[in-house]
Design a protein around this ligand. Structure first.
Ligand SMILES: C[S@@+](CC[C@H](N)C(=O)[O-])C[C@H]1O[C@@H](n2cnc3c(N)ncnc32)[C@H](O)[C@@H]1O
Length: 348
């Protein structure tokens, strides 16, 4: 099932690979589940609509958000080496591609190496995806050996889509490389969830008789001050990014359940759990009424988790990989040793 082709303005093909076209219904259920749980949370997917992607980029373009600069530094200095592990006649799938600001460097390195590659950019927001693909095409200009296609869907949709790619192998495409940048691997609620997704992607490749490998860029920073500065919730760009999650929730629920003025945003770093969490924080006692779905009492000062960002040391990344039956072949670090690109392969 290649997915339904969508007309769009990016100049690239975009396949709709969504299994559940009614995403808002799933999100409504997840909102209920999150508000019923202890501690409370809201689905992080609420942050990633078209507006959320724009606001995230404004936040991430600040120098204090060291992750983006570190990734660019590694791609700048080691891009050719990283590209060298991607075989020619291969498939490159970028998970949660966002604004695609860094991808051009890797694709240019692949082009210099004369590799024939089918590149697929996956994300959940169609408008965000088409805007990003248009920018990427403009940045790259004419490229000879790489085809670019968008995939509109979630990570789980990608698993299903890969499982249906029987036949690629007969076209001489035998390896899928999953590229996952921006420390998104650690946005999963728990690192076991990241291992589970890697396992699902690996099994999907196996069921389509494809080999698979992963290139994952992740944050290993342990410097508390640096982390606090990066996620300083007094900064308006972070507040704007997080509050858009509540606006999106209102859109999904079909009425104004969350009054944005009633919420601020706070973050906390948990060194022993190697993670930072960002929360919506209630400014007063309130009842959140989801209609038929129930009413949830929230106290002044109570926190509702918006997103997690792991700060995983290399050893933890090796654990995550090994729980998915993957081995770490190489890690390319930035000059200060806080950020890495990991090459994981199916070693079993
Ligand atoms: C932290 S941003 C990183 C964006 C980009 N990779 C970068 O490095 O700048 C996370 C990206 O993953 C996407 N995303 C989040 N959850 C997703 C899911 N379940 N399925 C597909 N994409 C998802 C978001 O839309 C967003 O573009």
């Amino acid at each position: 099932m290649p997915g339904i082709d969508i007309y769009n303005a990016s100049g690239c093909h975009v396949h709709d690979i969504r299994q559940h076209k009614e995403v808002s219904i799933d999100l409504q259920e997840e909102i209920k589940a999150g508000l019923s749980s202890t501690p409370k949370s809201l689905p992080s997917l609420l942050l990633w609509d078209e507006e959320g992607l724009k606001r995230f980029d404004k936040f991430a373009d600040r120098g204090q958000y060291y992750l983006r600069d570190k990734e660019l530094e590694i791609l700048q200095k080691r891009g050719m080496e990283i590209a060298a592990i991607i075989p020619t006649d291969g498939v490159l799938v970028e998970l949660g591609c966002g604004s695609l600001q860094k991808t051009g460097r890797l694709l240019q390195a692949l082009e210099k190496q004369n590799k024939s590659i089918r590149y697929y950019a996956l994300d959940v927001s169609l408008r965000g995806l088409t805007d990003s693909l248009r920018e990427l095409s403009r940045e790259l200009g004419t490229i000879r050996s790489i085809s670019i296609t968008g995939l509109w869907g979630t990570y789980e949709d990608c698993v299903t889509w890969i499982s249906s790619q029987v036949g690629l192998e007969s076209l001489g495409m035998s390896t899928v490389t999953f590229l996952w940048m921006g420390n998104s691997v650690s946005n999963m609620d728990h690192h076991a969830d990241a291992s589970a997704l890697l396992t699902h992607l690996k099994h999907a490749c196996q069921s389509s008789s494809l080999d698979c490998q992963f290139l994952i860029a992740a944050d290993a920073c342990e410097d508390i001050k640096k982390i606090h500065d990066a996620y300083d919730t007094r900064h308006p760009t972070l507040q704007a990014f997080i509050s858009n999650g509540l606006a999106h929730a209102n859109g999904v629920l079909g009425h104004k359940v969350f009054c944005l003025e009633d919420w601020s945003c706070v973050s906390e770093f948990y060194p022993h759990e190697s993670k930072l969490e960002v929360y919506y924080c209630a400014r007063r006692d309130m009842n959140v009424d989801l209609g038929n779905g129930g009413t949830y009492h929230i106290q002044n000062g109570e926190r509702v988790r918006a997103i997690t960002s792991g700060k995983w040391r290399k050893a933890l990344m090796i654990e995550v990989a090994s729980a998915a039956g993957l081995q770490m072949n190489h890690a390319w670090g930035d000059s200060s040793g806080v950020y890495y690109f990991y090459h994981l392969y199916d070693g079993i």
